[in-house]
Design a protein around this ligand. Structure first.
Ligand SMILES: [Zn+2]
Ligand SMILES: [Zn+2]
Ligand SMILES: [Zn+2]
Ligand SMILES: [Zn+2]
Ligand SMILES: [Zn+2]
Ligand SMILES: [Zn+2]
Length: 543
């Protein structure tokens, strides 16, 4: 009988260290040690992310100023000219300098930096403006490096129109139709209103990110940070200081372990199916037992019908909750129906059948993708509520310093991250070919395990915690709750790490990881049933 040993080996090697510590400390201080490890993991994973940096407004300004200074010093040109040149070369100092030294004449012509005027008026007192054709005293005439004369009023109107027309003002040229002389910031600042000066400066600053091949704005609404990304990494997921995670490559929300192409296809699919998709989300569900309409207000998929029914079921598949995770592929997996074998004459019928099947398949994946999305939104709101209200309340109620309640924040952060990963695995599943049986099997197994763990964690953080916040005496000791939640957090993280690694390897590991996770799934069942107590005592005996 080797099941006991298997159960422990099944936990991945990384967590063994934690387990040893966990079981060798039977006293009160064990939780501290355990929490310490979890936090270290979080910190370590943050340190790994060195393939990008987040730039704030002041960083952007400083870097831009430095780059302009470098180019203007090396090439002996004005700062305004240097910024025109840099913009042309996507703000790469190296490329700008190299191009200049390779072919200064060519570069000057291309960007409109003339070396000498094309027209000169010596000792003139008045000149005719090339726009309004008024004869104007020379002190109210201005011209770019080319020398074409325009009165200051006409310049102001010309520049203002351009500035208010958008970022195109950064490539503004002399108004003379035959002339390509560039108009730089120095000249703009002499002639336009303060408001327009500011607008121009803003476009110039934005250009440092928008015309830069190494940097992008964070796409979160209202966020003004940018992210600079260093080539050489396959993982494009970045996390902005505003806490929004996105894919640097396609700027959709972070979608690891699913690639950008799949995400793009899926988003296009959703918009082409928008009618169908809206119908799925608006569709009123009914309790599978008493048939009353039900409404979902919790983040996890565990539903309890109102009294007197009290039936517990899964929001997604409407299956009874008690049997829900006994067969792990029952909720997440899609069963391709066997097509009707009809005669060739029934071509229309077959086409109709195929269309129906394709809609059903889409519905299956879309509903799960969308449900995990909204569940994540709910979890984010709950996390915020936890940090701003509940932790303080709990700290008083349980006489624990807030620092000892960080395991709750950790749990919620884990839930938020896992909902995101789980959501995208449903887009992955949609595009995984039906014919790849072994891969589909492995995928649905890993996804099912991860999902089961996450549902337990989410339920524990959402429903179980309520008992310690309300006026009623809680069903069990807070210490038990802490154990259960901490353990579920860790177990869930392991399952999701397995899932992410497997998908990023293209499910190439078709044979090996299957048995490795099914045993630890049983551990989770034990944790969920017994508040973690039995799981821990088993580990103790193994020690
Ligand atoms: Zn004029
Ligand atoms: Zn000109
Ligand atoms: Zn941001
Ligand atoms: Zn992407
Ligand atoms: Zn009911
Ligand atoms: Zn289900």
């Amino acid at each position: 009988m080797d099941s006991e040993d298997d159960m422990h080996n099944a936990n991945d090697a990384e967590s063994m260290g934690d387990d040893d510590n966990y079981s060798s400390n039977d006293g009160d201080c064990e939780f501290n040690i355990n929490l310490g490890f979890d936090l270290d993991d979080v910190l370590a994973s943050r340190k790994q992310q060195t393939n990008y940096i987040v730039l704030q407004g002041s960083d952007i300004r400083r870097r831009q100023e430095n780059d302009i200074t470098r180019v203007s010093t090396v090439l002996c040109i004005s700062r305004a000219a240097a910024s025109i040149l840099l913009r042309q070369y996507h703000w790469s100092v190296t490329n700008a300098n190299e191009a200049w030294f390779a072919d200064e004449e060519g570069v000057r012509t291309a960007v409109g930096l003339l070396e000498r005027p094309v027209i000169q008026f010596q000792n003139a007192k008045e000149l005719t403006c090339g726009i309004c054709f008024e004869s104007t005293p020379v002190d109210r005439i201005s011209s770019a490096a080319c020398g074409h004369p325009f009165c200051n009023l006409c310049w102001k109107a010309y520049m203002s129109t351009s500035i208010n027309g958008g970022s195109g003002c950064l490539t503004l040229r002399c108004p003379d139709p035959s002339c390509g002389a560039a108009i730089g910031q120095d000249m703009i600042n002499l002639l336009v209103s303060d408001e327009d000066k500011e607008k121009y400066a803003r476009y110039l600053l934005r250009s440092y990110i928008e015309d830069n091949r190494m940097a992008k704005w964070c796409p979160a609404p209202g966020c003004e940070f940018a992210v600079e990304f260093f080539a050489g990494s396959e993982n494009y997921d970045v996390s902005c200081l505003c806490s929004y995670g996105f894919c640097w490559n396609c700027t959709e929300e972070a979608h690891r372990p699913v690639d950008c192409g799949t995400v793009d296809n899926w988003i296009m699919k959703n918009s082409s199916e928008s009618e169908n998709a809206n119908w799925i989300l608006a569709y009123a569900k009914h309790c599978p037992k008493c048939k009353r309409p039900i409404e979902k207000y919790l983040g996890c998929m565990h539903m309890i019908c109102t009294p007197p029914c009290n039936f517990e079921f899964c929001w997604l598949c409407l299956g009874a909750w008690t049997q829900h995770f006994t067969n792990s592929s029952s909720c997440n997996g899609y069963f391709f129906p066997v097509a009707n074998q009809k005669g060739e004459s029934d071509e229309i019928e077959r086409t109709r059948e195929m269309a129906k099947m394709s809609v059903e398949k889409y519905n299956h994946y879309y509903e799960r993708w969308a449900s995990n999305h909204s569940s994540r939104q709910k979890a984010l709101a709950d996390l915020h509520q936890m940090q701003t209200v509940h932790l303080k309340k709990l700290s008083v109620k349980q006489s624990e310093p807030e620092s000892r309640l960080e395991f709750i924040t950790d749990a919620w952060l884990q839930i938020v991250e896992c909902r995101r990963v789980l959501k995208w695995t449903y887009a992955y599943g949609y595009y995984l070919p039906e014919a790849e049986h072994a891969k589909r099997q492995l995928f649905e197994h890993l996804q099912g395990d991860a999902e089961a763990a996450l549902e337990r964690l989410h339920q524990c953080a959402e429903e179980d915690l309520q008992a310690y916040l309300g006026p009623e005496p809680p069903p069990s000791d807070f210490v038990d709750f802490r154990r259960k939640l901490t353990l579920l957090t860790r177990v869930t993280r392991n399952f999701f790490e397995n899932l992410v690694i497997a998908l990023e390897n293209g499910l190439s590991d078709v044979d090996s990881s299957k048995t490795a996770t099914s045993k630890s799934d049983e551990d989770v069942v034990e944790v969920a049933k017994c508040g973690g107590v039995r799981y821990i005592s088993e580990m103790d005996t193994n020690d």
